[in-house]
Design a protein around this ligand. Structure first.
Ligand code: PEP
Length: 237
């Protein structure tokens, strides 16, 4: 448990206009982050400009600009005043992409990055978790403005939450890897957990050695999301 506990919601590809307005009417001075689909970033940035809600994008291109139809660049996010971006979510990894390049561009531009890593069920069951996590971590060259989100793929959207023991084992490996491989890292990396967190399980999972949550499904229910923030308030940043 830490004094800085960061909670981010990931709306995935769900229509967000009404959802954002509902959040805006409920958040007050609550501190949390919302990762919204690209078309809603402008609306979200405007709605939350005088609040403690951090607005972020769910992905960004590994190309700086050019003939890459359908992609969104770091420069475009900056133009909208969006200072946070998630990179490497497992649902984005499935589509492919150059996450090393996206990380480099986002970090060079000073964006805050939530870098997602996690093993699938076959890697988990065959004891290959650490190999998968190391390979994904290898795309990181600096921890500047980076939060690592450990999201076991088998837990995302399944209702199956990883046990505190499993989370601690993975997070300990992640912290050790970062310590050994990222120059200048003092061992204070921020590591979030994501995977089927809700208002009923959040307090138990918050006892793991993590610095916050990345939440998908539950973030589509603002009252549930705010309840999670409230329940973990003493850990909140
Ligand atoms: C996610 O989308 O990153 C996620 C953790 O989803 P869920 O909370 O629904 O498992």
């Amino acid at each position: 448990m830490t004094s800085n506990f960061h909670i981010f919601g990931n709306f995935k590809m769900h229509a967000a206009g009404r959802l954002l307005r509902e959040y805006a009417s409920l958040v007050g001075d609550t501190r949390l982050g919302l990762l919204v689909p690209h078309p809603y970033l402008s609306q979200a940035a405007h709605l939350f400009q005088d609040t403690h809600v951090v607005v972020g994008a769910q992905s960004v291109s590994g190309h700086a600009q050019g003939a890459h139809t359908g992609q969104v660049s770091v420069g475009m996010l900056q133009e909208l005043g969006v200072g946070t971006v998630m990179i490497g979510h497992s649902e984005v990894r499935q589509q492919g992409g150059d996450f090393k390049a996206a990380l480099a561009l986002a970090q060079a531009a000073g964006l805050r990055v939530i870098y997602c890593i996690g093993e699938d069920i076959s890697a988990y069951e065959s004891g290959k978790r650490d190999d998968v996590l190391s390979a994904q971590l290898a795309d990181l060259t600096t921890l500047d403005q980076v939060m690592v989100a450990y999201e076991p793929v088998w837990s995302i959207g399944t209702g199956v939450v990883a046990s505190v023991d499993d989370i601690n084992a993975a997070v300990s490996m992640i912290r050790q890897w970062l310590l050994e491989n990222i120059p200048g890292n003092s061992g204070e990396a921020t590591v979030l957990y994501g995977g089927s967190i809700n208002e009923n399980n959040c307090e138990a999972v918050a006892d793991a050695d993590i610095n916050g949550f990345l939440m998908g499904g539950a973030s589509l229910k603002p009252k549930v999301m705010l309840e999670v923030v409230k329940l973990c308030k003493q850990r909140s940043y």
